[in-house]
Structure formats: C-alpha cells, structure tokens
Ligand binder design. Structure first.
Ligand code: SF4
Length: 294
C-alpha cells in the first residue's frame, strides 16, 4: 500500500542516507527552497519509525516556523499516548493524515499485511484527536482499490461513529505506481465500478467537517461530488485526452492519470457538455467551492 518502490528512492541529491545528520545536512543545503514554500511533507516509508523522528520535528519547528509540517503516516506509533503528546507538543502548525485501508481489522490488516495494524492505527487517531491543539489538523486517508471499493460506506460510517469530530477524510483513487504495479491484478479497478459505491456513500461524506477526493477526473463523478475534488497529482502524471477539448469544465479538472489509460483505458470517461453552475475558489488545487444547480 506504499507508493514508494522497494528498494527505496534516493533523496534529491542521489543519497540513500536517511540518518539524522544526512537529513539535516540536506535540508540546510536547500534551506532557501524550503523557506520559499508553504509546507514540508514528511512521507515514507513510515516517518514515525525514524529513530530521531521527534528531533527532526524539533529541527523543523525551529528552522521553518512559517511552513506547515504535513505528516503522512500509518498512525501505528501514535497508539502510544506519550509519543502522540510529545509529537503534538512540538509544533502547533502540523497536519497529520493517517492511512486506513479498511473498515475493520480483517480488511485493513489484510491489505497492509500487519496483524494488529488496524487496532494501533485506530487508537493512534484517537490519541491524536484527544491531544491535538486547535491549530493542528488530524485526518484519515483511504485508498480506493479493487480490495476496498465496496466498503467505502462502511469505512465512512465507522469513522463517523468513532471520530465524528475528525478534521478531514480523504478518499484517494488508486494510482499505478510502485507496489500497486507489482500487484496490479489484485488492486486495479475502474471508475465505473467505484461510482455506485461512492454515490451510496454521499450522505455519509457530507457529515464530515471536510471531505476530499483525490485523483478523480470530474467526468468520473456525479457533479454533487465536484466541490470535494482536489488536484494533487503533478502535471507529468496526468493528461487531457482529445475529448477534453470539448469539455466545459477542463479548467477545473485534473485530467486523467496516464497510467489509468495504460492499464484500464478511457471508455467510461468523456466530455461534460451540460451546463452546471459552479462557484470557484480561486485555488488551483481545489478549484470548485460549490455546485449551484444539480
Ligand atoms: S472530459 Fe477531460 S476535462 Fe472533462 S471532466 Fe473528463 S477528464 Fe476532465
């Protein structure tokens, strides 16, 4: 379930060294570049199992005060309450997204391959929510694959029942890279098959403080979902097929993943010609605030 390959990618300078001094050395060398951005992502592997994780968070807090620290994690280490508190006490400007892959132990643990992973991640989310400051954001991410698409509603129900105050919930359409390509036949699914299950879940999604969809072209969704779509993939991973030239909403759409065309095809997608009134946000990553006429 990790987007990173094995063995891992090198860092941007070609190094495979991830010890504390190497990491800090790299950050120091490119400090200006990071200071120019608005956020710094910590992703993996699993960042929280780095032996100097909290020291790295302290370094980031002291050196990048204006940048939001965004952590993508399996959430397991936060099942230790003291660790969760220590982490949250360092930097008030932090966002944490925990990856969950099922609505219960069997489905989540079966996908991540770790018995007990669901219990730890779920407890971790609880500890984070209980101890977070108002300025900190705690959310969950769920990747939609052939293994998980039928349980979208059950997953959302479970989250709402246990953590109704969670700051955000993100559903991500699968992406064909790294481990996903290795397990393609087990996980690949097309938009058409996902659509009814997502539709069924609509009443659940609108109850959350914030609900996001990543990696969905607009024509793969009913327009009621459009205000929840975010554009997060880099330009080189997506493209606009010819039919997009006749689409009224190309400006607000991420296009289609190149690998989706390669592994699934394009037949269920096509230009949106009807007139749907949208309210824009002005944010290129989240272009649609609301849909006025359905
Ligand atoms: S036709 Fe192209 S631009 Fe229009 S919604 Fe579909 S993918 Fe997006």
């Amino acid at each position: 379930m990790c987007t990173n390959p094995y063995p891992s990618w090198p860092a941007w300078d070609g190094s495979f060294d991830y010890d504390y001094n190497s990491l800090i050395g790299r950050l120091e060398k490119e400090k200006d570049r990071f200071l120019a951005g608005d956020s710094i992502y910590l992703t993996g592997g699993e960042p929280t199992i780095h032996p100097n994780f909290l020291e790295i968070i302290k370094y980031l807090e002291s050196n990048f005060k204006k940048q939001t620290i965004k952590l993508l994690t399996n959430g397991r280490r936060f099942c230790y309450g003291d660790f969760a508190k220590d982490f949250l006490n360092i930097n008030p400007n932090t966002e944490i997204d925990v990856s969950l892959h099922g609505h219960d132990r069997a489905s989540h643990d079966g996908i991540v391959g770790i018995r007990g992973g669901f219990k730890q991640a779920f407890e971790g989310i609880g500890n984070l929510l209980k101890n977070k400051k108002n300025s900190q954001i705690v959310g969950v991410r769920f990747v939609i694959t052939k293994l998980s698409y039928k349980s979208i509603s059950q997953f959302l129900e479970k989250i709402y029942k246990c953590y109704p105050d969670i700051d955000r919930v993100i559903l991500i359409f699968w992406e064909a890279e790294a481990q996903a390509v290795e397990n393609l036949e087990k996980i690949k699914i097309d938009f058409d098959k996902v659509h009814p299950y997502l539709d069924q879940a609509y009443d659940s999604v609108v109850r959350f403080k914030e609900f996001r969809l990543y990696h969905f072209p607009l024509c793969a969704l009913h327009e009621k979902f459009w205000p929840h779509t975010w554009i997060t993939l880099p330009d080189y991973e997506v493209f606009y097929p010819n039919f997009c030239n006749n689409c009224n909403y190309q400006k607000y759409c991420m296009g289609v993943q190149k690998t989706y065309k390669k592994f699934i095809g394009l037949k269920e997608l096509g230009s949106v010609k009807k007139n749907i009134k949208i309210v824009k946000t002005g944010d290129p990553h989240h272009p649609i605030r609301s849909v006025l006429e359905l």
